[in-house]
Design a protein around this ligand. Structure first.
Ligand code: HAM
Length: 432
């Protein structure tokens, strides 16, 4: 992890694991601070699960036939015979904690984030470690394409604040339990006739996990995958229109993305949207900085109610490596707070974009995209001690105006929407 070379000493850190040295702490602190700050602004609460969990939790959630469960878990048996595993990812732990601690009785969506180590017994190589660190975000309780888009937006807000540009979203939809089985059949029959051209791993996967054949990195499998029928052409109407909506939100937010029909992700629980974020340059390809997607069936399969969720995790080691590689300078500053309130469909759509404009203008802004009433949103603005609430309803969007409410004095004023940044800055300068 450090550029410093390691000496041959009597004891060495385990293969694929390394120390985070003092000289690198400035990057790690910056990433963690940024994650904590933006998680707060986007309405996430922190949850730290234990590092060890029952092995069965990962077998059931991550999936028995995934690389992680088949090959990469650090598992142990205690003296009393309990089977435990060092977490290879956060999502199963978070859902277990959500169910066990009755967080499902809270008002939804429940938004949880975590920062900490994960363990995967992978072949160590550039950007791939056996102990690495993730910042993980889960939004539990709603099936709304705006939330899928906002998860990706959150990544870009974090990366922008860390000074990382030229990143690109790879996105795909892998359907749902209604449309995926039919695609699976098409896929299996496509590959069955070409089985002898597949790598040994894929020949085995064909039976258990055929979707994974699409993203095998072996040259001959990559070549074969080029002629494969695409899932995107075989989505059911619901998944199709859901995916279109996600893309529309990404367009609205001007998030750079490319459709990647071969992106299937290596974990079993995903439904509909899946995504990864990569550096744009050639060298950075295949090194995902973050990955995630929607998983509408996992909570029920772990014994909870039928509950939708979406989430993603950022690989902190890879982010730090990229910051160092790109010589990112680190600066500290604090800014005042705005709470952006949206009402109605038009207000919600417009507010996603405005939220980004305000943040880009250096105005620390927070909002609650999935709370739709004025009362609930004002209560949050109050709780967060926002100095201003900006209110964008149907009427304001049509009139191209916005209401500025001073949360200390309670006074409010209607101003033209295109002057909002200037007006807020003016008020901040005057201290009112
Ligand atoms: P993942 O794609 O397996 O997803 O991991 C997310 C990110 O963690 C990767 O994009 C990468 O940056 C980093 N990462 C993973 N493994 C390693 C490794 N061996 N060395 C260095 N970095 C690594 C998940 O873990 C899902 N639980 C994400 C999620 C949350 N999906 C829904 N909610």
């Amino acid at each position: 992890m450090s550029s410093q070379s390691r000496k041959k000493t009597k004891f060495q850190a385990p293969k694929g694991m390394s120390d985070i040295l003092p000289e690198d702490q400035i990057y790690w602190d910056k990433v963690k601070r940024t994650v904590n700050k933006l998680a707060g602004e986007y309405g996430f609460n922190r949850l730290d699960p234990p590092i060890l969990e029952s092995t069965d939790l990962f077998v059931k959630s991550t999936g028995a036939f995934t690389d992680i469960v088949e090959k990469e878990m650090y598992s142990l048996r205690t003296k009393r015979g309990d089977k435990l595993t060092l977490r290879p990812e956060f999502t199963p732990s978070i859902i277990r904690a959500y169910l066990e601690n009755d967080l499902s009785s809270l008002s939804h969506p429940v938004k949880l984030y975590s920062i900490g180590p994960i363990f995967r017994h992978e072949n160590p190589q550039k950007g791939r470690y056996r102990q690495s660190y993730q910042a993980n975000f889960e939004t539990i309780g709603e099936q709304d394409p705006a939330l899928d888009a906002q998860s990706i937006q959150l990544f870009f807000s974090i990366s922008r604040e860390l000074g990382l540009k030229n990143l690109i979203t790879q996105i795909n939809s892998i359907g749902c339990p209604y449309c995926r089985p039919a695609y699976r059949k098409v896929l299996v029959s496509f590959y069955r006739s070409r089985k002898k051209h597949l790598c040994l791993n894929c020949q085995r996967r064909l039976k258990q996990n055929p979707l994974r054949l699409l993203d095998c990195k072996e040259k001959k499998c990559v070549q074969l995958a080029e002629g494969v029928p695409q899932i995107i052409d075989r989505l059911c109407d619901e998944c199709n229109s859901y995916f279109k909506n996600v893309l529309e939100y990404l367009d609205e937010l001007e998030i750079p993305y490319i459709l990647n029909p071969r992106l299937v992700r290596g974990l079993d629980y995903y439904t509909k949207t899946v995504f990864e974020i990569w550096p744009e340059d050639e060298e950075g390809r295949q090194i995902s900085l973050a990955g995630g997607g929607r998983y509408d069936g996992l909570i029920k399969s772990l014994g909870g109610k039928d509950t939708s969720a979406v989430g993603f995790a950022i690989g902190i080691n890879r982010i730090v490596n990229l910051m160092k590689q790109r010589n990112v300078k680190i600066s500290l500053k604090t800014r005042p707070l705005i709470f952006l309130i949206q009402l109605g469909d038009l207000g919600k759509k417009k507010s996603l974009r405005l939220f980004e404009d305000l943040r880009k203008a250096g105005l620390e802004t927070t909002s609650s995209i999935s709370k739709n009433t004025m009362r609930a949103q004002l209560a949050m603005a109050d709780k967060l001690e926002a100095r201003f609430a900006l209110i964008l309803g149907q009427k304001e969007v049509l009139d191209e105006t916005i209401i500025v409410k001073n949360m200390d004095s309670g006074t409010q004023e209607v101003i033209p929407l295109n002057k909002v940044v200037k007006e807020i800055k003016k008020r901040l300068k005057k201290g009112k």
